[in-house]
Design a protein. Structure first.
Length: 185
């Protein structure tokens, strides 16, 4: 079995430059807090409130800016916010619910873009070939809360580095706080 790094992604926002400027001002640029494992991706210092009805949560913005704004939450977050977004591959926001984004006294209602992120593996074409990864994979987590994640979508791109991304609910189910190792099965 091949070892694979597993990373837990907390709720976060990928934001368009246009929406960023509505919430932070003209020509605003995200400030990098730390690099993430995938090349060019970073956690920004900026956080905003996501609000549905009377309920709200704080979420960090992940950079760089994207073409469309997308909010990724866990199922627990969605239940708290009292709505039911679909499980989707990042970037697929058609027919998804919207939400209100708040930064101080600035508000923006996005019409769509809230998803539960589909658990996935990032890998380069070389890694995919070596590991015989195609569309989906299974990953075993060992330990006190051992389990096997099935139907893990494989995302292949030359800029990707081998790692699996899951949300906080999936991480909690497997006893993973932020990072761990699993095994492709």
């Amino acid at each position: 079995m091949k070892k694979i790094s597993i990373e837990v992604s907390a709720r976060h926002i990928h934001i368009s430059q246009k929406d960023l400027e509505v919430l932070f001002g003209k020509d605003y640029e995200l400030k990098k807090l730390r690099d993430l494992s995938q090349s060019g991706e970073f956690a920004s210092k900026e956080k905003i409130i996501i609000k549905n009805g009377d309920r709200q949560l704080l979420a960090r913005i992940v950079g760089p800016c994207r073409k469309n704004t997308q909010v990724e939450v866990s199922k627990t977050d969605a239940l708290y916010l009292e709505f039911n977004p679909p499980i989707r591959k990042s970037g697929n926001i058609a027919f998804t619910p919207g939400i209100i984004l708040i930064n101080g006294n600035k508000k923006l209602k996005i019409k769509r873009g809230v998803i539960l992120a589909l658990r996935h593996i990032h890998c380069s074409p070389e890694e995919a070939k070596k590991l015989k990864l195609k569309k989906n994979a299974s990953v075993r987590v060992v330990g006190d809360r051992a389990l096997i994640f099935e139907k893990v979508r494989v995302r292949i791109d030359k800029k990707y580095k081998l790692s699996m991304h899951i949300d906080t609910d999936e991480g909690n189910a497997a006893g993973i706080n932020q990072k761990a190792n699993g095994f492709l099965v």
